[in-house]
Design a protein around this ligand. Sequence first.
Ligand code: NDP
Length: 606
Amino acid sequence: MTESSPASPSDEIDLAALRAKYAAERDRRLRPDGPRQYRRAAGEYGYYAKDPYTPRAEREPRADRVEALVIGAGFGGLLTAVHLRKAGLESVRLMDEAGDVGGTWYWNRYPGIHCDVESYVYMPLLEEVGTIPSRRYAPGEEIRRHAVALAEKFDLYRDALFHTRATRLTWDEAGHEWTVETDRGDRMRARFVITSSGTLTQPKLPGIPGIEDFRGHTFHTSRWDYGYTGGDQEGGLTGLAGRRVAVVGTGATGLQVIPHVGRDAGHLYVFQRTPSTVDVRDNRPTDPEWAASLRPGWQRERMQNFLEVLAGEPVEESLVQDGWTATTKLQRKILSGAVDTSLPAEERERRDELADALTMNRLRERVAAIVRDPATADALKPWYRYMCKRPGFSDEYLQTFNRPNVTLVDTADTGGITRMTERGVVVGETEYEVDCVIFATGFETGVSGVLSGTLPVIGRGGTALLEAWSRGPRTLHGFYSHGFPNLFQLGALQNANSANFVHILQDQAEHIAAVIARGREVDAAYIEPSAEAEAAWVRTVRETATDLRAFQAECTPGYYNAEGTASATGMMYSPGPVAFQRVLREWRDGGMHDVLVHHDALSTRA
Ligand code: NDP
């Protein structure tokens, strides 16, 4: 799906000049402190991360035993629990820091929130729950309720523990199970532990000098304060009437929230550092006739088709057709997928760059066509390659800057907001007095507690996981590691990725459940990859890796390139999610022997 606005013909594009412009725009934004510019919403800033939705109930510490403990009750954890239930496990416990299931969709309830991947492929197990989303891109509350419906349908609330954070996992070799400690004083035991604690969960704040001096109201978008703003996710923020409001950040969240705040605030100042790309959204209600025409198995087929199109696999027909499927080649710059090897690498790169420039020119023209004030339009134009940032979509965002009560404040030259005062926000020498500052500044990335060290994992022989990984992560297929039996991780590490991350999680959940089911079936002592199988996978990931460093070094700073300091090379299985599905299928069909440790072989496994 593209707009009808004319795209510049490719032969008029001066790639060298464009590259120079992109480099200049990147340099303007590079900061010597890179990722250190941010603050965790913890400690003295902990109030930014408090749960505003569910009161924390007191309870006695648990010292019981479950067969499977799933840490994280977002879609990854929920789907794993569902598939474990289907595989016959009765004793499955969900645990989450949040007050309920939903993960991202529990925390993020800001006005305007919708999924940005088509809901028919994004919301998992629609057919099993017997529902169809109300809109092509469903509102966040509907997605959150779907997570609740999944938990209810598969009886996952029975033993769940919310407002509970795992603080330590210790392998007990004698008992062949994990001891799990939590911040609620629990000391429970679990035969299998599965972590699905998210990649974008911990809100982050800019380390703006004076942030604590501000005397007005302030919160992060992932903890929306409806008590202050009034209204709900549909809008109607009556509490903002007559107030001066600052929104800091113009990423995927900013794009969704800013039209609502612009509509209802007395005056809105949008503090932008790097503009997002803003393509057509084209959201619409689900056509009931289309919904009635769907045949059993339709969702799996549609999800797989979307995954294949995005991963560059040949398909007869592209079923989804949206802004994601229109830019698949560009996405493979950052997400994994098949590359066209029929062309020499240099020619392929030139064509990719040209296609990128055409797309970006179209998006810059879209800004100019919508935003009336030329200076504001210029500041809203993105100057970088398409996948340097998560692509954005909206049919309301750019239009918001035509409102008389909305001011765009470009902070690119000052590296963001300069400081905050009691009264407001300072950029350079100019102070903007405001009543409220809303941070749409995103999340710490890739930070499963296991990787960041906030959830220490102590495996066989007292070895800490991060010690075993001191020279880089070591897994088989991204799921498990030698020395850490019966421990499974979901996420984007040494496996494949896609714009529809919930599909990736669904595949991972099904695979993990299949492996656990097989282990139980053959009465394995435990499940743990052999050192050889693990080493072979680490080698495969390295040898098949696409080198993204040059691409990422030219990008504007952001969380995709660790604020301009690093690349994700080596973290992913570059051939892509469909190739990865094939790898896993063949491996399962081969009997899964690499990970099944039998009782009689224990003495040789130390
Ligand atoms: P992002 O990290 O994408 O954006 C943070 C924003 O804050 C950026 O615009 C950043 O600017 C800005 N910022 C950071 N520090 C400062 C500063 N000191 N001064 C001024 N501006 C600053 O976070 P989001 O919450 O928008 O999105 C995170 C991810 O969550 C998305 O990429 C997407 O994967 C997911 N998401 C998905 C949605 C969906 O619909 N499914 C909706 C929302 C989010 P700069 O770019 O210059 O660093």
